[in-house]
Design a protein. Sequence first.
Length: 619
Amino acid sequence: MLDNYRFGDYVSEYNFAQSIEDGATVPLYYTKRVPTVELKNDFLDSDFSEILEQDNLTDEEQKRLENHYARELEVIKRDDRLETIAQDIVYHFPRRGFLGKGMVVCVDKFTAVKMYEKVAHYWKEEIKKLNIEITTEKDEGKRLELKRIVDYMRGVQMAVVISGEENEEEKFQIQGLSIKKHRDLMNSVDENGFDIEDHFKNENHPFQLVFVCSMWLTGFDAPSVSTMYLDKPMKGHTLMQAIARANRVFPGKDNGIIVDYLDVFKYMKRALADYATSEEEDMPVKDIENLVDLLNQAIENTTEFCGAIGIDLNELASTYETFKKLDLFENFANTILKNDEWKNEFKVYSNTVEMLYESLRPDIFKMDWHNPLKEAILYLRGIIEGKIRPEKLEEARKKIDALLDQSVFAEQASNYEIVKQSKEIDLSKLNIDELREQFKKVKYKNIEIANLRDYITKKLEQMIKKNITRSNFAEIFQNIIDNYNAGGSTNDDFFEKLLKFMEKLKEEEERHIKEDLTEEELEIFDLLCKDKLTSAEEKKVKLAAKMLFETLTKKKAELFVVGWHNDSQPKEKVKSEIITVLNSYLPDSYGRDVFTQKSNIIYEHIVDQAITGFGWMAS
């Protein structure tokens, strides 16, 4: 997507800026870390980088490199310099905001192995140091953050990926290094047939950090890569391809970070000339300092938006005393929750603030930057989203560096908050009459309504995943909300409608008991039902649902082999089994057309379960 695509003669160019605008890539930000190397000769104008771009040098090229560029190589590969960089990587990698995968680009194969060993050494030392800090740190918030870093570091795997060559073990031994364990890992395949490249491309695999010199810099795509550590002279097309490893779109990844240890960025502008717009300020690879400006602008924009709807955020951050007045936070949250448009806009603004701040980690910790409005905005969002509760006030107090009164939110905690603690929301434990009485007493009704809406939304998601036919409940729920947003209901009336809707949800959740069916059988029954069934016919449909579920469950290993939904032969086998069972149990009133329609509905639903990973057959 980043390269210029040519078909025959030059036709068109699709550049960095356009791909970002189209959402095909994420923006890249650049940061120089630790003292950079300044070389007197412009190595990017020589053939130095061209030789380095080659994966396997001939003996003649190696000799030429050592003879002509001895000084450059000596500076770049100096041991104390590599030690400093290794320590910096160990500090930087686990403290980033988005913990995507990373690539360390080294000047040659020997340095890649050497850098791996240094990082691995300091990685263990850092874990030991952090464990000591955890035991001595008195601040609970800081202690939890340190523990998070340690837990992450313990789970990270790293490896070297370089091309092989003849007599490589001997060549590495001459350098005082061993390549064998790295080569064995590069050549290994696990029990599922996956190799090291598959593991790095798998965002869920613990292989998080790779050390390379030429491999995987071109023609390699792993969207979860978010950080590139550059310590190798590169230019032009190769440089652009290398940094593009970090700009792929991936969930939760708002940008890529290029960490430069060789001051490559001053040469990057030349390479970008062919890929981006001509003006420097429009280049999509920007200094990370630009992110600070964007963060400040995002906070200012949020403050202006809040001011437009009658909320002065400066009241929250002007003095420490105002942070004690949590009633002010509740009052502002109640205002924002008056309508969904304000709530959604504030969510966009506050999410932008958080995203930019997280993208600046850990660099922002070393910058002279502090803006209390950032914490006020994120704390206010926490109240609006129902994520800040009485038991969390102590942690919140430390985050905003102010004393908070733990009793302020006592009236806000509804009994539905208690039953939301588990993953599965249990409506049977909810006292709707108690909620009704509680609502009459609360001061901030919009907050109470928002909490109840959030509760219902989560419960609906769970119920629809169990039975797809319940989607009509989602439509009813949305109609109630739309009517309120249009001014068709007062707060009291809206809350009452939500409570009555919850009563219907409660009845629906218990319906499978009345029908003498399991949740899974009920879904099949609902999908099979048609209009105007007699009592006897309904019993037969229930039996068909039970028998189909029982049959498919018993034959699960036989029918639902890995990837069955992508193969026509096993798909046909599943469909045939469904037709056979339904043909044996459905009542005669299901004529050919209705029978075919219902069989297809069941079959397509099971295929959807396999594709999405939701539902009883996918579990």
